[in-house]
Design a protein around this ligand. Sequence first.
Ligand SMILES: [Zn+2]
Ligand SMILES: [Zn+2]
Length: 263
Amino acid sequence: MSLSPPLHDSHTHTPLCNHATGHPREYAQAALDAGLAGLCFTDHTPMPAWYDAPWRMRLDQLDEYVDTVREVQAEFAGRLDVRLGLEADFHPGTERYVERILAAHDWDYVIGSVHYLGAWGFDNPEFVAEYGDRDLGGLYRHYAALVEGAARTGLFDAIGHLDLPKKFGHRAPDDSALLRVLDVVAGLGLSLDFNTAGWRKPVAEAYPSPELTRAAASRGIPFVLGSDAHAPGEVGFRLGEALAQLAEAGGRVVTFAGRQARG
Ligand SMILES: [Zn+2]
Ligand SMILES: [Zn+2]
């Protein structure tokens, strides 16, 4: 008998984003096989045509995304709690566009993520050389200001992968900028994506770091567990370890349904 609580993987993608593999049905089956109780699809939202177009679904595919998740939801009813979410990007100027996407369907959970500093997709391995031309302190201050902007839009339930610029090993010289973001996130009552994908990347550390996880927990910020799976084999990736790290930090885990946190 397992003593672990029923786990949900609340950050997963589908092939509609053009950089993931496997049918959503296979993600759901993988979640069942991993002993999870729930799975939330949070594929990358459509964005204005000029923004990151190759790496996300088009606007005219949004209904197909919703219909596919609904089908999988029906297929797995009673066996797996399948939910419908999105990972939206925060990029200044696109708020109204994102607002319309969020109004178009009944989402369970919406993550707000920052993947760009200006025109630089800083988490894209293709552009990693750019870090060599950047001052890391300044980079993290710029990034933190954007994440704070994301939090303040009121559009999102949780902030995605809080310390993402560390992905390839470029850690912040200090945590001051992201600690200030945590104050804002706590004040606004938002949650944090506890994202195990970092354990699959060069940094070999989940997002957020153990230090930032403790700082968030001490501010009372809830966490939402996610693998950021872009393939069925990644569903549930190291969620048990994530739970242990959160327990050690005194962090509370929630899931989202109908945009409401559930303990
Ligand atoms: Zn992705
Ligand atoms: Zn992301």
